[in-house]
Design a binder for this molecule. Structure first.
Ligand code: DX5
Ligand code: ZN
Length: 216
């Protein structure tokens, strides 16, 4: 299993976005996590396409786009064109996940699906074979800085078991409430990619905070 850290720029300083992306670029983090919120799927609005461009320009790292929007199928292609390497949409927001996955792949990116805390992970087993990644939300999507929900690790274990049994090539990512304090048990449960927002950008030494998660 891999160990990847994906700092979430939701907690970055948008007045100094390039500086914060360059910090990730220098750091041990392999991915940059980009949270897109529409005010409908979640009770918050973040940013969209115009922010993708400067981020893409500032780093060659993997851009991991997390769409918290309704009808994601309408926009997945544009996010790939804007530079996304992974596009993840929510199972709860999409009427035809298979079509959205096919569109993401046809546009040249990897496809992920995410489940909210109350959605059983088994809900996506139907089309797991088509996915490059599953993102387990360990907080209610919408805001950074919330507390980690421990039951999300049961979902990780169930998903890991299914992926191993079926022999799928699919990463497991987790998002919300993670710092160096709980990163070890999260990786041990079978997670490949940890998203971390406030624990990275709220740290005095942000590069060190990333290392502390990686080496937890
Ligand atoms: C929440 C977002 C997260 C958020 C995580 O809806 O999907 O990516 O930035 O923030 P922390 O790490 O602060 O919980
Ligand atoms: Zn996210």
């Amino acid at each position: 299993m891999k160990r990847i850290v994906a700092p979430s720029i939701l907690s970055a300083d948008f007045g100094n976005l390039e500086r914060d992306i360059k910090m990730i670029d220098r750091s041990a983090a392999e991915w940059v996590h980009i949270d897109v919120m529409d005010g409908l799927f979640v009770p918050n609005i973040s940013f969209g396409f115009p922010v993708m461009k400067p981020v893409r320009r500032a780093t060659a790292k993997v851009l991991d786009v997390h769409l918290m929007i309704v009808e994601p199928e309408k926009y997945v292609k544009r996010f790939v064109e804007a530079g996304a390497d992974y596009v993840t949409f929510h199972h709860e927001a999409c009427a035809n996940p298979r079509a959205a996955i096919a569109d993401i792949k046809a546009a040249g990116a990897k496809a992920g699906v995410s489940v909210k805390p109350a959605t059983p992970v088994e809900a996506i087993f139907d089309y797991l074979s088509e996915l490059d990644m599953v993102l387990i939300m360990s907080v209610e999507p919408g805001f950074g800085g919330q507390s980690f929900m421990p039951h999300s690790l049961d979902k990780v274990r169930a998903l890991r078991k299914e992926i191993e049994e079926k022999g799928y090539n699919c990463l497991i990512e987790i998002d919300g409430g993670i710092s160096a304090k709980n990163a070890r048990e999260v990786f041990d449960a079978g997670v490949d990619v940890i998203v971390a927002g406030s624990s990275v950008f709220g740290a005095e030494d942000q590069e060190q905070a990333i290392l502390n998660i990686l080496n937890a």
